[in-house]
Design a protein around this ligand. Structure first.
Ligand code: KG4
Ligand code: ZN
Length: 348
């Protein structure tokens, strides 16, 4: 059995308990997961109300709120898991990407806890953790898998051959899908966060009312949403009387068309047996419906994780930590936060 720099045995089996901490953005989350997939507890404290009046996430407010919430969220996660804290075999935390001050709160707390419990600390890439979230909800999903991560900060297509072997096949070259939803909603005066507001407004609108552009639809697997956002703004300025619900519905249809079309082609190219969605935008009702329909047509299973697993949570961090331990990896205690951490190809 391998040992890490601090002399800890590095091991991961079905009985290994990992406590995960997530503080990369506006959710303070702690979870306890056994064996990489058995979620004993998952507590998420959202700061959405504290940021809503500013129309977006304010980094300083996020850091302070994490600091205030983390002690009781951690206590709650341990209590709900029904374990003694001494049963924790490793502590994992998101080291990036995210807001640097917010990340540091979770990383510092996790390292202190690992030191106090004399167990390994495992730094986790938030984007990699999203991949494992789909597996938490659908442990029997078959590989190869095409993972579609659509959140407020990221939009990417990731081909996974198995839990340890993945590569990014395409991503946004400008705005993330959620960012486009938020910016268009703000422009239309629908509020923050914009995704759910547009989703709702779209049910009242006509999605064929405006033919918005589908940028790069037939080119590779990268996507671009910045031109679409500008097209929405230009259209509304040129037609001030246009119904917001029609704009919302037509915009949403354009985003979903591109995402489903690209996911489908990427899945076919990598021979995927499963397409899995993740990230906050995966809660979008049209995206879920259309991806499911595409999968049914193509004979590919579509995994639509629960809202809890799509959005930021710590169960996915603990799970990603377990997979890192299984690869014999831990992180030194001088590990810092890396706000710009990328999702590298393959990990083996
Ligand atoms: O993954 P997430 O909770 O946070 C990060 O970005 O990490 O994603 C939040 C994003 C926001 O941009 C929000 O507007 C979007 O997910 N969102 C949605 C919906 N619900 C949340 N976008 C479209 N339709 C929805 N129903
Ligand atoms: Zn996320």
């Amino acid at each position: 059995m391998a040992e890490d720099l601090t002399g800890h045995k590095v091991t991961a089996d079905e009985s290994t308990v990992v406590l995960g901490i997530e503080t990369s953005c506006d959710e303070t989350a702690v979870a306890v997961v056994m064996g990489g997939g058995d979620v004993l507890s998952s507590v998420v404290a959202s700061q959405l109300d504290e940021h809503a009046r500013f129309g977006g996430v304010v980094p300083e407010i996020a850091s302070r709120a994490h600091l205030e919430a983390l002690p009781h969220v951690t206590a709650q996660a341990i209590a709900r898991a029904g374990i003694d804290v001494g049963r924790v075999d490793a502590v994992a935390a998101t080291v990036g990407p995210g807001l640097v001050g917010a990340l540091l709160v979770g990383v510092s707390a996790a390292k202190a806890m690992a030191l106090a419990l004399d167990v390994p600390f495992v730094g986790v890439n938030h984007l990699e953790a999203h991949l494992y979230a789909a597996l938490l909800d659908a442990p029997d999903a078959e590989f190869p898998m095409l993972f579609v991560l659509v959140s407020g900060g990221h939009t990417m297509f990731v081909a996974m051959n198995d839990p340890h072997d993945y590569r990014v096949v395409g991503q946004t070259i400008d705005d993330a899908a959620g960012e486009a939803f938020d910016k268009v909603a703000r422009f239309l005066g629908l509020g923050f966060p914009g995704g759910p507001a547009i989703d709702k407004a779209a049910t009242r609108g006509n999605e064929k009312a405006i033919d918005f552009p589908r940028a790069m639809r037939n080119e590779g697997f990268d996507v671009s949403f910045s031109g679409l956002k500008t097209a929405v703004i230009n259209h509304v300025r040129a037609h001030p009387q246009v119904a917001s619900d029609d704009v919302a519905a037509s915009f949403q249809r354009a985003v979903v068309d591109v995402l489903v079309h690209k996911a489908r082609r990427a899945a076919s190219q990598c021979g995927a047996r499963t397409i899995a969605l993740g990230g906050g935008v995966a809660a979008n009702s049209l995206l879920r419906r259309e991806m499911q329909r595409a999968g049914d047509d193509d004979g590919v299973r579509v995994v639509l994780p629960s809202r809890e697993m799509c959005t930021d949570n710590a169960a996915m961090i603990a799970s990603a930590g377990w997979y890192r331990l299984a690869r014999g990896e831990t992180s030194p205690l001088d590990t810092g936060a890396n706000p710009n951490l990328k999702l590298a190809a393959g990990q083996r």
